[in-house]
Write a protein that binds this ligand. Structure first.
Ligand code: NI
Length: 174
């Protein structure tokens, strides 16, 4: 596995618009997907986008399984999402907690579309059309933002919705 450098908030490359993946089935892309799948597993993330490891391509991994911190997270096989788009989004917005590997130590309440109709290319080159709701819709929107140079804190409505991870853990333990 290649050695990834995880970029953190403030690094200018997190603010770039990532480039379309042209060669989905190339060895380089397939290797990158394998490496990101392994990486997200190691760091127990719900997702990771290529720009977070300084690879400016429109590709992310979505991964979800319940744990202490997100007991309501659905179980899904970690999935590579390439050149994603949101085709349609519900007008209903829902606020819930998010964190990000690139912003260690913080959590914030972020408004997201409750439901999104998405289109992307899978690692075999197939077009996938799938609707996500709730937690998975949130992960998809969070990761897609990384491809457009956005960080979840950009979407927070009020600075008072930002807390440290330490305080957040106290709240969810109550
Ligand atoms: Ni993130």
């Amino acid at each position: 596995m290649q050695h990834f450098t995880l970029l953190q908030l403030g690094h200018p490359h997190l603010r770039l618009t990532a480039k379309t993946v042209e060669q989905v089935k190339s060895d380089a892309t397939q290797q990158l997907i394998d490496d990101l799948l392994q990486y997200v597993e190691e760091v127990q993330g719900m997702g990771i986008a290529a720009p977070q490891v300084d690879i400016s391509q429109r590709l992310f991994i979505m991964s979800s399984k319940p744990n202490n911190r997100y007991p309501y997270a659905p179980l899904m096989d970690p999935t590579a999402v390439i050149n994603p788009q949101i085709i349609k989004a519900s007008t209903t917005m829902v606020k819930d907690w998010e964190g990000c590997l690139s912003v260690p130590g913080f959590r914030a309440l972020v408004p997201r579309h409750q439901t999104v109709m998405t289109r992307y290319t899978d690692r075999c080159g197939q077009q996938i059309d799938i609707e996500y709701s709730g937690f998975l819709a949130r992960v998809f929107q969070h990761e897609l933002d990384h491809l457009n140079g956005l960080i979840y804190l950009d979407r927070v409505e009020n600075n008072r919705d930002i807390v440290t991870e330490q305080e957040w853990l106290k709240q969810i333990d109550d």
